[in-house]
Write a protein that binds this ligand. Structure first.
Ligand SMILES: Nc1ncnc2c1ncn2[C@@H]1O[C@H](COP(=O)(O)OP(=O)(O)OP(=O)(O)O)[C@@H](O)[C@H]1O
Ligand SMILES: Cc1ncc(CO)c(N)n1
Length: 270
């Protein structure tokens, strides 16, 4: 009999196209040798060209999924993705508090606000619950530049503004902040900035010339969550996550008429 692997939980929406959301999270957990579990927050009707409909899961059912897996199977690390509404966020916070997610169990908050096609995945009024409820419980928050603008109102165009944004997000209560630089399209590198309230660490890599980066943010955050489930420190988990997403961008493929997904399938060749 095999030993039980580390266990990670994603609290996220379903992407019917399989590129992003909980589908990206679960395959990234698997590719990192971690048992993946999911608490579904919303079902999106989504393909490579966009999101055409969203059905939110009742908040009590989202919370029940968290309680069910945490009390029986156990959770070594958790991440949040698309959370859709304030009511769902409040139910998640209550369930996470009950089972120690965000205190004894690390919590990665990927503050998903929109799909890369620009379709809204979070109601505007729910940003306040991110600021006051989720960020204070986050071991790490991983916003892209659009999410930075929504959360702290900074329009990041250079490294100084990226640092200022990291400071303001840290002041909202997240223990670590990773401001992702994927959207700084004029930059020939992709530089993500990690901050713990004292020190800044830049994680710099090449910008690969591909439009197929659907699910990139989810894959990075899920890889970091998988490492945290193994007991890795935050800086080491983020450094591994950056290498993991780079290889997954290199392995991305076209799908449908629009944007294809990043892919962790490269692990099969290693
Ligand atoms: N073309 C690229 N080449 C290499 N790395 C990239 C590229 N685009 C993004 N990345 C990296 O992928 C990760 C995700 O960054 P990004 O800022 O695009 O997040 P995101 O917008 O949340 O992702 P998505 O919405 O596509 O899921 C970061 O580590 C970023 O540096
Ligand atoms: C369900 C879902 N979660 C997250 C994203 C962002 O990548 C998406 N497009 N769809």
């Amino acid at each position: 009999m095999q030993a039980t692997p580390p266990r990670a939980l994603t609290i996220a929406g379903s992407d019917s196209g399989g590129g992003a959301g909980l589908q990206a999270d679960l395959r990234t957990f698997f590719a990192n040798g971690v048992h993946g579990m999911s608490a579904v927050t919303a079902v999106t009707v989504q393909n490579s060209v966009g999101v055409s409909d969203v059905s939110e899961i009742p908040p009590s059912v989202v919370a029940a999924q968290i309680r069910a897996v945490a009390t029986d199977i156990g959770v070594d690390a958790a991440k949040t993705g698309m959370l859709a509404t304030t009511e769902i966020i409040m139910a998640i916070v209550a369930a996470c508090d009950e089972v120690g997610i965000g205190t004894s169990v690390p919590l990665v908050v990927d503050p998903v606000a929109a799909s890369m096609h620009g379709d809204q995945l979070l109601r505007d009024e729910a940003l306040e619950a991110y600021r006051t409820e989720l960020l204070p419980r986050a071991t790490l928050v991983t916003p892209n530049l659009d999410e930075v603008r929504l959360l702290v109102g900074i329009d990041v165009t250079n490294a100084d503004e990226q640092r200022q944004a990291a400071k303001e997000l840290h002041a909202l209560g997240a223990r670590w902040v990773l401001v992702k630089g994927g959207h700084m399209h004029h930059d020939p590198t992709c530089t993500d900035l990690l901050y713990d309230g004292n020190d800044f660490t830049e994680l710099t890599g090449p910008r690969y010339d591909t439009k197929h980066t659907h699910g990139g943010g989810d894959t990075l955050a899920a890889s970091i969550t998988a490492s945290l489930a193994k007991g890795t420190s935050v800086p080491d988990a983020v450094a591994h996550g950056k290498r993991f997403i780079e290889r997954s961008v290199q392995a991305s493929y076209p799908l449908g008429a629009g944007v294809g997904p990043v892919s962790p399938l490269w692990v099969l060749d290693d």
